[in-house]
Each structure stands twice: as structure tokens, then as C-alpha cells.
Design a protein around this ligand. Structure first.
Ligand SMILES: *[C@@H]1O[C@H](CO)[C@@H](O)[C@H](O)[C@H]1NC(C)=O
Ligand SMILES: *[C@@H]1O[C@H](CO)[C@@H](O)[C@H](O)[C@H]1NC(C)=O
Ligand SMILES: *[C@@H]1O[C@H](CO)[C@@H](O)[C@H](O)[C@H]1NC(C)=O
Ligand SMILES: *[C@@H]1O[C@H](CO)[C@@H](O)[C@H](O)[C@H]1NC(C)=O
Ligand SMILES: *[C@@H]1O[C@H](CO)[C@@H](O)[C@H](O)[C@H]1NC(C)=O
Length: 666
């Protein structure tokens, strides 16, 4: 694995701006007090990253997030803070943590904060470079949790907010709802949500591309206790689906989702029997065929038996999810056992989103769905089948680390193919960049340590406009250029990295981003990292004179940590008795027959093919230093003789002086 290379990133922890001396591309930007970064909103249209924090919202320039462009304060009133503390909450929790930031149709920003356990929303506008609150506050109950630490999910479609959140002070009630004039929501009880943790909401726009006029889908990802598990208190990952235009039922399920279906979300890794819990989800839309859209999700697993933690990324195709949601249902039979429902499934199929066919039958809205279907829905919400990942296994599994956030960038390589590059944040502040090529396990192309101290990556946002990835932990924000290829300094390194962003520019002689180029001068070899297509280097061997029979050292230190091997006049004949291969070079005790060309090269096997890369070459000539040695011996003997002579004279002098002194004394 390559050593972490830091491309361009900025820290945000204290108000005074300081620039550290090294590493070069690191800029610190710090706040005097802890700001608790709680949400991020990417606004390519105004070139700003909007950051929700404790008691304030501020904007950072997308070009350089070390540059704070504006700030608007929104603190909780002292009465609200006092009430919060009086009700038994810790002082730290009794502030206004801004956790919801969404862009509305008119460009205003919906802002909701926990407001010392009195969740409240307002709108912000960004005009002439300044943020200003509209000042018309509305209740945020159900839109975000009261507790700043509780996980939740929210989504805005047009001007409509969807949220999945706790809805009371104690955090005991949880609802998934749509906030329109007519609120539609989940009901209470395990058939809806069973002690859930909300993770993510996604909208899939079906109506735009489906020929049968089907309604859009909203997907909710969460974890909850499994009613269907015999063992008590087992937590599992779930995916739930509702239809966007669901208005609730006419006589039953009034103001409740008539289309809420849920299924187990499987990502098989970790020890047998351990459950894997979804942490974050990113949807990659397929514009040409919505059914080929893919959800990428991070998971963690904590095996209580072995104490070993694992983490993984799984990908799910929408068409597979769709099959599960049009399949059989589970139902509770006697003695707490869950079985396939044998009840006749009514028509229209329970949980279907309204399409042209249903409209033709007079079912134009959910209010008109026949009671038989709704009665069935009221008893059955859990699908029998499990949603399994593409290829049945995770794309990536790791131990020790815990993946938190994930975003995917789609990169078109020089040959016109699309590659999904994953950026995955961990809970210890690392960022991994990974890609999977067809029929291969995912490879990590790069690993970066984002923060000086380990802290979870809480948010990742990718801007296609600037080609930068933005993100934050609780304390610091960073910016990284995902298209930077300058860390690969040679053509070989550039191609061997098999980084879809990067290609070798033969004219400028550098590794550069291929995004948006259609440049004939660039080369790439993503499938097998074939460096033979690199322009041949005109490396000249270094001429060295070695002495016969004496141990001497030929250094070879490649920049990568790939294994090195030596060859002599193009044949590998090492190690021989007169050669010792070390990691930094070759020790040789040559005879005259050892004169010739020595090549040190690195080898990497990619897909069964061996790629060799010359690090250094020596043209070795051997000479006999015996005569020199003889001369040296003579010199040593002469020197010794001289010394003896000098000593002799000195002694004589001493003796004479001594005698003289004695005589004078007498
Ligand atoms: C706010 O930040 C402090 C210091 O990092 C941390 O101890 C505290 O838990 C944070 N509060 C929230 C609500 O995240
Ligand atoms: C923006 O806000 C700053 C500080 O509050 C103020 O000095 C400046 O006049 C404002 N600019 C405009 C155009 O409103
Ligand atoms: C979209 O789906 C089509 C098949 O329907 C597939 O060929 C194409 O690669 C997909 N595009 C992306 C970006 O995944
Ligand atoms: C291709 O790259 C070279 C060198 O970077 C540049 O001079 C040339 O304009 C580029 N051509 C195109 C079509 O982009
Ligand atoms: C042998 O002689 C060459 C040239 O005179 C010299 O550079 C080299 O250091 C000598 N080697 C030894 C081991 O004395």
C-alpha cells in the first residue's frame, strides 16, 4: 500500500488563521471555542459550503474552504437553555446544534437546530455574500431529534421535507414522515419501526423514465430490532420503501403510509451469526435506466463472541430491491414464529406505487386504494425475501477500521468506460479511495489520514463542479482534490496505480487527470497496469569500478515498497556465493567474470502478468587493487620505521637532559 499522500486539505478548529510549515498542502483554520460541526450543505450554485455548527451557520468558499465567507448566529435563548437543564439534560446538550440544512426551490436554505431540546426551523438566504435568517421560526418537532447525539435522516424533494427521526423529548417515539400540509407518517408499533436507528433517505425518480407512469419511490435505510428473529433483541439492517405521492388511506391508514414496505438488507461478512449494521448509503442514479441505479452502503459488524470488528461496503441494484418488494410477505403465526403469509394477496398488489394501469382502474391516489389491499397492508409490512448485494458479497471488507460515510464518483476513463470510485470515511479519520474493476475484488488506490487526531468522518460531499471532496468531523473540515494525479511522478507509477482519474500525458511528461480530456497524448492501462506502453526511458547505466575480491555495495532503493530483484547481463543468477541481496542493494565480492551489466528492478504481478520496472543499472568493471595494496604495505612499514626512529631520538634527548640536570644539581 502506498504511504498516505495528503493532497489538499484544510482544518477548521480555531478562529485564528494559521498556516503550518509542513506538510506543504495542509492549512489549519481554527475556532477559539469548540464549534461542533453538525451538518454540511454543498452549494455549487453559489460556490459555498454551508456548515451548520453549535449556535451558528457559516459559509466557506468552495475554492478554498480555509476562507470563511460569512456567518449567521442562532443561539438558544437562556430560558430554553435553563428549561433544558432543569429537565435533566447536560449543559453541553442544551445548545442549538444546527443539524438540518437543505436547499429549497427558491434557493433559500431550510435550517433546523436542536435548540436546547426545543427543535426549531427557520430559513436562511445568502445574498450579496451575506447569510441572513428570515426570522420566521417554525416547530422542528419530528424534523430532527431533540437530542443532538441521536441519529436521524432527512431529505428535501422540491419544497417537501421527508424525515425519519425521534419525535419527543425522551427520544422514545420515532416516525418516518412527509411534512406537507397533509402530513403522512408511519404508525406506532413493531410492524412499522421497532426501536430503530435512522440512517439515510433517498429518492428515486421513477416517473421521469418509467413508461408506465409509476410514482417515484422514497427509500429509508435504518437498523431495528428484528421481530422475525426468535432470539430476542437482535438488531438488523433494513430498507423500507414508500411511494412519493402516497396520501394515506381513505378509511383505514388515514394519514399513514399505505405503501410502507420493509425488508432485511443483507451484507454478508464477519462471523457467522453476527449481524451487520448499515452506516451510510449513497445512491448512484442511472439516467438511462432507473432500475439499474445502485445503492452503495457501508456496514459495520461487531462480533460479541470474538471481539473482532469488521467493516464492509455492499452495493444493491434497484431492480433486485424491486423484486423483493413485489414478492411474498412474512406474517406472525402462532407462538411468535414468523412464516410466509398464506393469505391471498389482493389486487392492486399491496404497497404498489400508483401507475397508469392502476389509474385506468380508477385508483388515482392512495385514498382510493381498495380497503382489501389496505387491510392486508395493515397486517403485512415485512417482506419474506432479503435484499442481497450485487454478486452476493461485499465489494470491500476490512478489519480493524470502521467505515462511516461513503460517496461515489463516476469517472469516465480514456477508453470511454464508466468507473465507480468509492470514497469511504472511517471513524478514525481516514479516507479510503477504492475502485472495483469487472471481475476483480475492489482495490484501495489511496489512503489518506484526514485529521491529526483520530475522529470520525461525519460527512462527505462531492462537488462535480469543482472536482473536490468536502467533509468534516465534529471539529474539523477538509477539502481534497479527487482529480489530483501529481503524486504519481513516473509513467510506470501512473499506470501501475490503475487510478481511473489518472493517465500519463506523453507530451507534458506528467501524470494528469483524464476527467474531461479527450487528449490523444494521454495513455492509461486500467485493466492490467501494462507499463510496456509507457514511453521507453533513456536511462543510462552507471559505470562503476569494483575491486577484485573485496566486498562492495551496489545500492538500489525503489520509491515503492515492491520487492526488488537483480539480474546480471539479463540473466538472473543471484544469489551466488559472492552475492548477497539486501533490501537496499547488492553486496558483491567480485571475480573478473563478474564484470557486466547489473539491473535492479521491481516486480509486480497484476492479473497473472509480471510487470518489471528498472530502478537502476550498473555497468560493472573489475580491477585488481593488489598493487595498490602492496604499495600501501610498503607505506605502512616505512611509516612505522620513521616513528621508531623519532621515538629513539626523543628518548636520547630526554636521557641527555636528565643527565645534564643531575650534574647541575650535584
Ligand atoms: C461538541 O464538541 C465537544 C468537544 O469536541 C464534544 O465533547 C461534545 O460531545 C460535542 N457535542 C455534540 C452535541 O456533538
Ligand atoms: C454583509 O455583512 C457584513 C457584516 O455583517 C456587513 O458589514 C456588510 O455590509 C454586509 N454586506 C451587505 C452587502 O449587506
Ligand atoms: C446504466 O444502465 C445501463 C444498462 O441499462 C448500463 O449499460 C450502464 O452502464 C449504466 N450506467 C451507469 C452509469 O451505471
Ligand atoms: C493535449 O495536451 C497537450 C499538452 O498538454 C495540449 O497542448 C493540447 O492542447 C491538448 N489537446 C487537446 C485537444 O486537448
Ligand atoms: C581500487 O582502486 C580504485 C582505483 O584506484 C579505487 O577507486 C578503489 O577505491 C580501490 N578499492 C579498494 C578496495 O581499495
Amino acid at each position: 500500500m502506498r504511504p498516505p499522500v495528503v493532497l489538499l486539505y484544510f482544518f477548521l478548529t480555531c478562529e485564528t488563521f494559521t498556516t503550518s510549515s509542513e506538510p506543504r498542502r495542509r492549512v489549519f483554520f481554527q475556532f477559539k471555542e469548540s464549534v461542533n460541526l453538525s451538518s454540511l450543505l454543498l452549494r455549487d450554485d453559489i460556490g459555498q459550503l454551508v456548515v451548520g455548527a453549535k449556535g451558528k451557520v457559516f459559509t466557506l468558499s468552495l475554492d478554498n474552504i480555509a476562507e470563511k465567507t460569512s456567518e449567521a448566529q442562532w443561539m438558544s435563548s437562556s430560558e430554553d437553555k435553563d428549561t433544558c437543564k432543569f429537565k435533566g439534560r447536560a449543559t453541553e446538550e442544551c445548545h442549538n446544534f444546527i443539524r438540518v440544512l437543505h436547499t429549497m426551490e427558491d434557493g433559500k436554505i431550510l435550517v433546523c437546530g436542536t435548540n436546547a431540546f426545543v427543535p426549531t426551523c427557520d430559513y436562511l438566504s445568502f445574498k450579496y455574500g451575506n447569510l441572513s435568517f428570515q426570522g420566521y421560526k417554525t416547530a422542528g418537532k419530528g424534523k430532527l431529534p431533540y437530542n443532538p447525539y441521536t441519529r436521524f435522516a432527512s431529505l428535501v424533494d422540491g419544497n417537501t421535507l421527508y424525515s425519519a427521526s425521534t419525535t419527543n423529548f425522551l427520544g422514545t417515539e420515532v416516525l418516518f414522515q412527509r411534512h406537507t400540509a397533509k402530513v403522512v407518517k408511519t404508525g406506532y408499533g413493531p410492524s412499522w419501526l421497532y426501536d430503530p436507528t435512522m440512517i439515510s433517505l433517498s429518492l428515486v425518480e421513477v416517473s421521469k423514465s418509467s413508461l408506465d407512469g409509476e410514482d417515484d419511490h422514497v427509500f429509508l435505510f435504518f437498523t431495528e430490532k428484528a421481530v422475525e428473529e426468535r432470539r430476542y433483541n437482535i438488531e438488523v439492517s433494513r430498507i423500507a420503501r414508500v411511494c412519493k405521492s402516497d396520501l394515506g388511506g381513505g378509511r383505514i391508514l388515514v394519514d399513514q403510509w399505505t405503501s410502507f414496505l420493509k425488508a432485511r438488507l443483507d451484507c454478508p461478512f464477519g462471523d457467522a451469526g453476527s449481524h451487520t449494521l448499515v452506516q451510510d448509503v449513497f445512491l448512484v442514479h442511472n439516467q438511462s435506466n432507473w432500475k439499474d441505479s445502485i445503492f452503495y452502503a457501508t456496514f459495520t459488524s461487531n462480533s460479541k463472541s470474538s471481539g473482532c470488528s469488521k467493516t464492509a461496503v455492499c452495493a444493491y441494484k434497484l431492480s433486485d430491491i424491486r423484486k423483493v418488494f413485489s414478492g411474498e410477505f412474512l406474517t406472525e403465526s402462532s407462538n411468535l414464529c414468523w412464516d410466509t403469509s398464506t393469505e391471498n394477496q389482493p389486487s392492486p398488489y399491496p404497497g404498489s406505487c400508483i401507475n397508469n394501469e392502476m389509474r385506468a382502474q380508477g385508483v388515482k391516489t392512495s385514498l382510493l386504494v381498495p380497503e382489501k389491499t389496505l387491510e392486508f397492508m395493515n397486517k403485512h409490512r415485512l417482506m419474506k425475501s432479503v435484499v442481497t448485494p450485487i454478486t452476493g458479497k461485499p465489494l470491500l471488507v476490512q478489519t480493524e477500521k470502521q467505515f462511516s460515510k461513503i460517496v461515489i464518483d463516476q469517472v469516465t476513463s480514456l477508453d470511454g468506460r464508466q468507473h465507480q470510485v468509492m470514497f469511504i470515511g472511517t471513524d478514525s479519520g481516514w479516507l479510503q479511495k477504492a475502485v472495483s474493476f469487472d471481475g476483480e475484488d475492489s482495490r484501495i488506490i489511496e489512503e489518506l489520514q484526514l485529521f491529526e487526531t483520530p475522529q470520525p468522518v461525519n460527512s462527505l460531499k462531492l462537488s462535480l463542479k469543482t472536482g473536490q471532496l468536502y467533509g468534516c468531523s465534529n471539529k474539523e473540515a477538509f477539502q481534497i482534490n479527487v482529480r489530483d494525479c501529481s503524486r504519481y511522478t513516473s509513467c510506470d507509477d501512473c499506470l501501475l496505480a490503475r487510478d481511473p482519474y489518472c493517465g500519463w500525458d506523453q507530451i507534458r511528461d506528467q501524470c494528469a487527470s483524464v476527467v474531461g480530456t479527450s487528449n490523444g497524448s494521454m495513455i492509461q492501462s486500467l485493466d492490467d497496469g501494462d507499463i510496456r506502453i509507457c514511453p521507453t526511458s533513456d536511462m543510462k547505466p552507471a559505470i562503476v569500478h569494483l575491486s577484485l575480491g573485496a566486498a562492495q555495495f551496489l545500492p538500489c532503493s525503489p520509491q515503492t515498497n515492491l520487492p526488488v530483484s537483480w539480474s546480471f547481463s539479463n540473466s538472473i543468477r543471484f544469489p551466488g556465493p559472492q552475492h548477497t541481496v539486501l533490501s537496499q542493494g547488492l553486496i558483491i565480492r567480485p571475480s573478473f567474470s563478474d564484470a557486466g551489466l547489473y539491473t535492479c528492478e521491481t516486480r509486480e504481478t497484476v492479473k497473472g502478468k509480471v510487470h518489471r520496472k528498472t530502478v537502476i543499472q550498473y555497468a560493472v568493471q573489475i580491477q585488481d587493487n593488489n598493487s595498490t595494496v602492496m604499495n600501501l604495505k610498503v607505506a605502512v612499514i616505512t611509516l612505522a620505521a620513521c616513528c621508531s626512529l623519532v621515538m629513539f631520538f626523543l628518548c636520547c634527548c630526554c636521557l641527555i637532559r636528565h643527565k645534564k640536570a643531575k650534574r647541575q644539581n650535584n
